[in-house]
Design a protein around this ligand. Sequence first.
Ligand code: PRP
Ligand code: URA
Length: 217
Amino acid sequence: MNINVLNKQNSILNNFINEIRDKNIQKDSLRFRTNIERIGQVMAVELSKTLAYTTREVQTPLGVAPVNITDEKIVVASILRAGLPLHNGFLSFFDHAENAFVSAYRKYIDVVNFDIHVEYISAPDIMGKTLIICDPMLATGGSMELSYKALLSHGAPAKLHIASIIASQQAIDFLQKSLPADTTIWVAAIDETLNDHAYIVPGIGDAGDLAFGEKID
Ligand code: PRP
Ligand code: URA
């Protein structure tokens, strides 16, 4: 498995991560969604460097120029709800991508224990395509594993990319065992621990609620 951790290199992306983590700035939900979208855009550019390119010629008004372009068939999938702003970031650059959506939510049995439910899926044919699954948080990694398995009902992708913002080390270890060995993971940062509620520490808090407001069970 290939794991790319983008905050290891200094770039403007680190300012966006700072703002989504900051407990005061993150309360501005428009800014929170925008920062997640901007991280998706930066990630899309980094991921695009791994796609297949062919050399073509483009006719300009004054002559012919060589260009290397990609026409890889991409499906951008997101896990509802929190994946949506990250999804939009990828779509800003992958103009012709197809789109898939899966719902995954935690149903708590008590304050500590929960099951993850995947109840909704909307996806095109994924067979042989490049699948990018977006979710800003990988805490236990359970929602990502179940969502990937649900998407397989629409065909096996040729390549799998996981795009996230904050992952726990536990989720990375879990996904290394449960996803195909040639999967590529893109994360902005990896945090060390989970709390008793299986939230990432220091993390950012509840990404879905920060982006779209609190929900009731
Ligand atoms: C969050 C997040 C992931 C999941 C991560 O979704 O967006 O999907 O939790 O946790 P895991 O790695 O332990 O599965 P949540 O269940 O809060 O739903 P929401 O996006 O609707 O708020
Ligand atoms: N879901 C979130 O939104 N944040 C976490 O830290 C864990 C699960």
